[in-house]
Design a protein around this ligand. Structure first.
Ligand SMILES: Cc1cc2nc3c(=O)[nH]c(=O)nc-3n(C[C@H](O)[C@H](O)[C@H](O)COP(=O)(O)OP(=O)(O)OC[C@H]3O[C@@H](n4cnc5c(N)ncnc54)[C@H](O)[C@@H]3O)c2cc1C
Length: 586
């Protein structure tokens, strides 16, 4: 195999963001993180960078070529994956931010997010499993009874057992309320689950002897819609008297999907046939409980997008400096970096990658403050700001991943389109991030209806105030400040308009939701560029300031057209009937 499969971790930028921009050392003053310090944070960064670049990255192309496959009813992952997984679990990486009492290291989420970028940048289809183990453990700790959480969470945190999230069914995609998988108690009062789930990531694998399926099902006489859904843990194997995996539990893999990207990550159709299950949380509270897992995963999907963007940017920078084309005839060809249009693409890649990296780390930092701050008001405000940022980061990070990967292929030209370069894989792997964990259109509706439209727009107000505060403190000659001020004014107008439409004409709000989310993302990333350009100290300074200027001139200027698009409402969209719209003129 001749494909390039390597990864350069963005260590310098992560150190800059964690140290100078976010100053995460402030977190170590809280009791919850008092056991951590700068040295430990540095050890996490360098250890994760080594593991990602040396152990994991070489498997990225192998995983893409071989894929995971079904053999005699069991999933086989690509060559080398089980061994590299063992190294991850043995190194204690899965539980970086998990509570110590469940076997984790109780480190801040913002450090875990930095680690997650490197794992996913090296091989995103591998990173899916440890993500679900953490997210499932977090769910169990939050919502399962003490006994169940104590029995299951430490096994996930240690990486001894795998986990899945089982929501999707053929008729229940974005519309989760249509789930029809059933859960009922048998004559002995034991809960049993029957039904099929589709698209289940790592529904089976050959890393661990047990897999816990976190599954939404409908109980007898439950009302229709999401209010009728309850949450269950369904182990792949029934536990024996010692709590170890024993006999099979009516859980089987019907199919492993062939798909566009993430080929090493098995996407399974799962059948549950009278499988023993443990209820988690109250009956009918399944969706609410599941959101603990979903929100954990959404933050990391944002990081997956950043990770792909970072990996693609590193490869494109290297290539553009080496590849020579053009220049005066009779003279040696000049590097691609001599051409303004290539420079524009490289700037755009940096602006999006470093911007969404900063914004996603900011969201993680807010969640740390929300968890650990002594002051109740500080905790509540940090949580509200994180809730605002989450859909913006999930949708914006995933779209940045795809857009930046696509730009990398453009910079590689035809050499990027062929597989040997390894960059076309980034495009294929990134594509799904805008679809899973709540498609981006659903994130936009979430931002408009549940984040902007709830609690008197408190979450938006906190965000706008944070941006405004940094704008007020910005140096007069900061080249980004004027553009960000205008962009924030556009977001303010859009927010007022949206709030009015939510009251008077909700269809207009729905029609403009994606443009609104993009506008919020542009302002959020602009906020980060303002802070990065202000904090840039030594060797990063010129590149950071120039990229901030580029961001203001080339990307932030889009907020005006987004505002106009939002305010166009739904009139044109509703001007054709669905029949007229979908009648192909063939
Ligand atoms: C590789 C992969 C891995 C996955 N892993 C898992 C997993 O581990 N567990 C799991 O449960 N699921 C998983 N999924 C499923 C994934 O979460 C769903 O694909 C996703 O929720 C969208 O559902 P759908 O595909 O049925 O699309 P649909 O719901 O049919 O949506 C299609 C399009 O219509 C839009 N749309 C739908 N409803 C609305 C609405 N009300 N308003 C506006 N727009 C709307 C969507 O935004 C989307 O663009 C995975 C999917 C893939 C491809």
């Amino acid at each position: 195999m001749d494909r390039v499969s390597r990864y350069t971790p963005p260590l310098e930028d992560l150190r800059f963001l964690l140290g100078q921009v976010l100053d995460v050392s402030r977190l170590f003053n809280y009791d919850a993180y008092a056991h951590a310090d700068q040295d430990l944070a540095e050890a996490v960064l360098t250890g994760a960078a080594r593991y990602a670049s040396e152990a994991l990255a070489p498997l990225n192309a192998i995983g893409d070529e071989q894929g995971s496959r079904l053999e005699n009813g069991r999933v086989r992952t690509p060559q080398g994956f089980p061994a590299v997984y063992r190294a991850l679990a043995d190194g204690g990486w899965i539980g970086l931010d998990m509570p110590a009492e469940h076997g984790g290291q109780a480190l801040p989420l913002v450090l875990q997010a930095a680690y997650a970028e490197m794992i996913n940048g090296a091989c995103v289809s591998f990173g899916m499993l440890p993500l679900m183990q953490r997210a499932a453990a977090r769910l169990l700790i939050a919502h399962a009874g003490e006994e169940l959480a104590a029995a299951f969470a430490p096994r996930l945190v240690a990486g001894d057992w795998g986990a899945t999230i089982c929501i999707s069914e053929p008729q229940a995609g974005s519309d989760v309320g249509r789930i029809s998988t059933r859960a009922a108690q048998d004559a002995k009062g034991v809960w049993r689950v029957t039904g099929s789930k589709i698209f289940i990531t790592y529904g089976d694998q050959d890393f661990t002897p047990q897999i816990l399926h976190l599954l939404l099902a409908r109980t007898p006489d439950a009302p229709p819609g999401t209010r009728g859904l309850s949450l269950f843990v369904v182990p792949a194997r029934v536990l024996d008297a010692n709590g170890e995996p024993g006999a099979a539990n009516g859980v089987s893999v019907a199919r492993v999907e062939h798909k566009m990207g993430l080929k090493a990550s098995p996407t399974c159709v799962m059948d549950f046939d009278n499988a023993l299950a443990y209820p988690v949380g109250a009956a009918g509270a399944g969706m609410r409980c599941m959101f603990t897992m979903v929100n954990t995963m959404r933050l990391e999907v944002a990081m997956q997008g950043v990770a792909i963007a970072g990996a693609a940017t590193a490869r494109a920078m290297e290539y553009a400096a080496e590849r020579c084309q053009g220049g005066p005839s009779g003279q040696p060809a000049v590097p691609l970096t001599s051409h303004a249009d290539v420079v524009r693409m490289l700037f755009e890649m940096r602006a999006l990658t470093e911007g969404f990296r900063a914004l996603t780390l900011q969201a993680a930092y807010c969640l740390d403050v929300a968890r650990a701050a002594d002051d109740e008001k500080a905790r509540a405000e940090a949580l509200a700001l994180a809730e605002w940022l989450l859909p913006v980061c999930k949708a914006g990070g995933s779209e940045a991943g795809f857009r930046v990967a696509n730009l990398a292929v453009q910079i590689f030209g035809g050499h990027g389109y062929v597989c040997d370069s390894g960059v076309e894989q980034y495009v294929r792997d990134a594509r799904v991030m805008a679809i899973y964990e709540g498609a981006n259109g659903i994130q936009a509706l979430d931002l408009v209806t549940r984040k902007l439209g709830a609690d008197a727009a408190l979450r938006y107000r906190l965000f706008a105030a944070a941006v405004g505060k940094d704008l007020a403190a910005a140096a007069a000659d900061n080249p980004l400040a004027a553009a960000l001020k205008d962009a924030l004014a556009d977001l303010e107008s859009a927010s007022d308009w949206m709030l009015e439409q939510l009251r008077a004409a909700p269809r207009n709000a729905e029609a403009g939701a994606t443009a609104y989310l993009q506008l919020a993302g542009l302002v959020g990333v602009g906020w980060m560029w303002l802070r990065m350009s202000a904090a840039a100290g030594t060797q990063l300074a010129d590149a950071k300031r120039a990229t901030a200027r580029f961001y203001g001139e080339h990307l932030l200027s889009e907020t005006g057209s987004l505002l106009r698009r939002i305010q166009a409402g739904s009139a044109t969209l509703d001007s054709l009937t669905p029949g007229e719209l979908c009648r192909y003129p063939g």
